[in-house]
Design a protein. Structure first.
Length: 260
């Protein structure tokens, strides 16, 4: 419905209805005659409401609260990613154990996705060395559960909440050989650092034979094509040496501590 303004111009704003912060106009208007309070207190109908988006917001909020609460007093930590499919008899499993132990001996807690394979190896090595071993699990169609070497575990429904915890409570990322999940976390971290959404922290690719092809592609295709800058390539550190990986983490943490 339009109205004439004092200067003769027509006000083009249509009629509207407000539901709290939500504005509904035209044929999107909600014609319900009941109020939100009434529907809340008089809910005797089907339970479909627990699957609606507004209700999911509360679940998401609850996951953030639980995660922040559980991890708020965690000491300086390093997140290590890697494949859940790495067998216990695979050399990469032993590498994960040694890396977890080295992080513990350097005074860092070790955070993983809490699952089997490389994640288990890192948690195991950290726990056996007397460190603080943390697992941030995720609800998946196939049951995994937290591995037995997790000292503090939090299970999440939503990947994006879990990712926030990895970023917020880590001083660095170390990526052991892994699949899509590891790649997802790797590029998420690089993007956040590149765009300065988080304070710069190192991202270590552990295992040059595995990661060299990806690094070369970024250098020869992405960089050469002008899609990233020279400085962006320095965000990645390739190594096969556990002491070198831990050194990179320690140096970055010292620089951060000195600046704060």
């Amino acid at each position: 419905m339009t109205e004439e303004k004092n200067n003769g111009a027509v006000d083009e704003r249509p009629s509207e209805k407000r539901r709290g912060p939500v504005v509904e106009r035209r044929d999107r208007k909600d014609d319900r005659t009941t109020t939100t309070d009434q529907r809340l207190l008089d809910s005797r109908g089907p339970s479909d409401w627990v699957h609606t988006d507004p209700w999911r917001v509360l679940r998401i909020q609850a996951e953030f609260v639980e995660g922040f609460g559980a991890l708020a007093e965690v000491p300086s930590a390093v997140t290590v990613f890697g494949s859940a499919r790495t067998g216990r008899d695979h050399p990469e499993y032993q590498t994960g154990r040694e890396l977890g132990a080295a992080l513990a001996e350097a005074g860092f807690a070790a955070i993983t996705g809490g699952g089997p394979g490389a994640m288990e190896a890192v948690n195991r090595g950290c726990s056996e060395a007397g460190g603080f071993s943390i697992g941030l699990g995720i609800e998946l169609p196939f049951e995994q559960g937290l591995n037995p070497w997790v000292d503090l575990g939090v299970n999440f429904r939503y990947f994006f909440v879990r990712k926030t915890m990895f970023i917020k409570y880590s001083q660095a990322f170390i990526c052991l050989p892994g699949g899509f999940g590891t790649l997802d976390e790797l590029f998420e971290a690089l993007t956040l650092v590149q765009t300065k959404k988080v304070t710069k922290f190192p991202v270590v690719l552990f295992g040059t034979q595995y990661w060299q092809g990806l690094y070369d592609w970024i250098q020869n295709s992405v960089l050469e094509g002008g899609k990233v800058g020279e400085k962006d390539l320095t965000l990645l550190h390739l190594t096969d040496d556990i002491d070198d990986a831990v050194r990179v983490v320690k140096d970055a943490h010292k620089a951060w501590a000195d600046a704060h």
